[in-house]
Design a binder for this molecule. Structure first.
Ligand SMILES: *[C@@H]1O[C@H](CO)[C@@H](O)[C@H](O)[C@H]1NC(C)=O
Ligand SMILES: *[C@@H]1O[C@H](CO)[C@@H](O)[C@H](O)[C@H]1NC(C)=O
Ligand SMILES: *[C@@H]1O[C@H](CO)[C@@H](O)[C@H](O)[C@H]1NC(C)=O
Ligand SMILES: *[C@@H]1O[C@H](CO)[C@@H](O)[C@H](O)[C@H]1NC(C)=O
Ligand SMILES: *[C@@H]1O[C@H](CO)[C@@H](O)[C@H](O)[C@H]1NC(C)=O
Length: 379
C-alpha cells in the first residue's frame, strides 16, 4: 500500500514536471538558441542556472527580444562589482535581466531607423521606471509598452549602439537576428546599467558638475527626481560659464526658476522629437525644437549628449536656454521680476488653464511652487 502511494506520487510528480517543461519552458528555448554562439556561453550558463527567474520574466509576453551580454560583458561585470551576475540575489538579477528584454520582436531592420529607436523593456517598478509610455511608444509598441526604455542608434561603422541608464556614449549592440521561440536574440558587450534619478545621473557626468553641485543647494532636485515623466535640459559647465555662472551669481529663487525653465513635464525621447516642435517648460516658458541633420537644438542650444533616467531623460546642452517667447537672445540669468518669477498660485493657474494637467505635472508644479515660496525667505 505504502509502495503504491509512493509510486503514484512519483508518477504524478514526474508527469507534472514533464508537462511543465514541454508546454512552457522559454528558458530552454532560449538556451538552445544561444548554443551556436561562442561569445554567449556565459549568458547561456546563466539562463541554465537561473531558469526560474528567466521563465518568470518571459512567460507572459508573446514577443520579446533578448539582449544577451557577451562573455566580455560578464568579465567586466565581475571586474566592476566583484560578483558573478549569477550570484546576484533573485530580485537584483530579475531587475537586471528584465532591462535586457525588449518588449517586442525586433531585428537589425528596426535598429537601423536613422533617428534611433526608443524601445520599452520589461524593467518595471517606480525605483527604475517612474514614468509611463507616451502616445508614440504606445502607438509603436502597443499597450504593454510601459516598461523602462533603452535607446538604440546606428553607428558610423554600420553597427549599432545602445544606451541604457546613466550612459551617454552607449555600448555596442550586435544585431545577431538569432531567432528563438518568442522573437530574437542580440548581443551587447556590457551589462546594461539600471537608470538612476535625474540628479544622480547628472552627478555622474563630469561636464555637468557645476549644475549638479549647485542643484544640491536648492530643493528643486527633489521635484525633478521624484516626479514621473520628466525631461531635464542640462546646460554643461561651459554653457553656464558663457551665461555668467548663474549658479554662483543668481539668488536661490532666480536660480531655481532658471532650472525649472529647463524642465519639461514629459519624458521626451530623441526619436519622438520633430523639427519646429513647440514645448512648454514647467515655468511656462516656450521652447522650440530644431532638427538639423543629426543635431538637435532646444531654442539655440545644441544637444551634445542624451542620458536616460528612471523618470525620463537628460539632454546635455551647450547653452543656457533663453526664453524664446520673450524675444530675448540673451543667455544671462533671467531676472526674477514679476513676470519671470511668478508666485506659485499664478503659475499653477495659468498652466492649468492652458494645458491639461496630469498628475505628475501638477505635483511638479506644486513642489516648484512651494520651493519658490520657500526660496523667498532664503538669502
Ligand atoms: C520592426 O520592423 C518590422 C519590419 O520592417 C516592422 O514590421 C515592425 O513594425 C517594426 N517594429 C517596430 C516596433 O518598429
Ligand atoms: C506620463 O506621460 C504619459 C504620456 O505623456 C501620460 O500618458 C502619463 O499619464 C504620464 N504619467 C504621469 C504619472 O504623469
Ligand atoms: C564598440 O566596438 C568598437 C569596435 O567596433 C570599439 O572600438 C569600441 O570600443 C566598442 N565600444 C565599447 C563601449 O565597448
Ligand atoms: C515616483 O513618483 C512618485 C509620485 O508619483 C513619488 O512619490 C516617488 O517618490 C517616486 N519614486 C522614486 C523612486 O523616485
Ligand atoms: C533674486 O534675484 C532677482 C534678480 O536678480 C531679484 O529680482 C530678486 O529680488 C532677488 N530675490 C531675493 C529674495 O533676493
Amino acid at each position: 500500500m505504502l509502495l503504491s502511494i509512493t509510486a503514484l506520487y512519483c508518477l504524478a510528480g514526474f508527469s507534472l514536471t514533464w508537462i511543465t517543461s514541454a508546454s512552457a519552458d522559454p528558458a530552454s528555448d532560449l538556451s538552445a538558441a544561444l548554443a551556436g554562439h561562442s561569445s554567449l556561453t556565459g549568458f547561456q550558463q546563466l539562463v541554465g542556472l537561473r531558469a526560474d527567474v528567466v521563465n518568470q520574466l518571459v512567460s507572459e509576453s508573446p514577443s520579446l527580444s533578448i539582449l544577451a551580454p557577451s562573455n566580455d560583458a560578464f568579465s567586466s561585470y565581475i571586474a566592476t562589482t566583484g560578483k558573478q551576475l549569477a550570484d546576484e540575489p533573485s530580485d537584483v538579477l530579475k531587475d537586471i535581466l528584465s532591462y535586457h528584454i525588449l518588449a517586442a520582436s525586433l531585428t537589425s531592420t528596426n535598429f537601423s531607423a536613422s533617428k534611433g529607436l526608443t524601445i520599452p523593456t520589461l524593467l518595471s517598478g517606480e525605483l527604475y521606471n517612474n514614468r509611463s509610455a507616451g502616445t508614440e511608444l504606445v502607438q509603436t509598441f502597443g499597450a504593454g509598452a510601459g516598461g523602462q526604455v533603452v535607446f538604440t542608434l546606428p553607428d558610423s561603422t554600420g553597427g549599432f549602439t545602445i544606451q541604457a541608464g546613466g550612459d551617454p556614449t552607449g555600448i555596442n549592440l550586435t544585431a545577431l537576428n538569432q531567432e528563438w521561440s518568442k522573437g530574437y536574440v542580440h548581443m551587447v558587450n556590457q551589462v546594461l546599467s539600471l537608470p538612476k534619478s535625474c540628479t544622480d545621473t547628472m552627478e555622474d557626468q563630469p561636464v555637468l558638475s557645476e549644475l549638479s553641485e549647485s542643484l544640491e543647494h536648492t530643493t528643486v532636485y527633489d521635484a525633478i527626481d521624484t516626479t514621473p515623466n520628466v525631461t531635464c535640459l542640462a546646460p554643461d559647465n561651459q554653457a553656464l560659464a558663457i551665461a555668467g555662472d548663474p549658479q554662483k551669481t543668481a539668488n536661490k529663487t532666480a536660480f531655481s526658476w532658471l532650472i525649472l525653465s529647463h524642465v519639461l513635464p514629459q519624458a521626451l525621447y530623441p526619436d519622438h522629437l520633430h523639427d519646429q516642435m513647440q514645448l512648454l517648460s514647467v515655468e511656462n516658458t516656450d521652447i522650440k525644437v530644431t532638427l538639423e541633420g543629426n543635431n538637435i537644438f532646444f531654442n539655440d542650444a545644441k544637444v551634445s549628449a542624451t542620458v536616460l533616467t528612471n523618470n525620463g531623460i537628460v539632454y546635455v546642452l551647450d547653452k543656457v536656454l533663453a526664453d524664446s517667447s520673450s524675444g530675448s537672445s540673451s543667455t544671462t540669468a533671467p531676472s526674477a521680476t514679476s513676470t519671470t518669477a511668478p508666485s506659485s498660485t499664478s503659475t499653477s493657474h495659468s498652466i492649468a488653464n492652458s494645458r491639461v494637467a496630469v498628475d505628475g505635472y501638477s505635483l511638479l508644479l506644486m513642489m516648484a511652487g512651494s520651493l519658490l515660496a520657500g526660496g523667498l525667505n532664503w538669502t
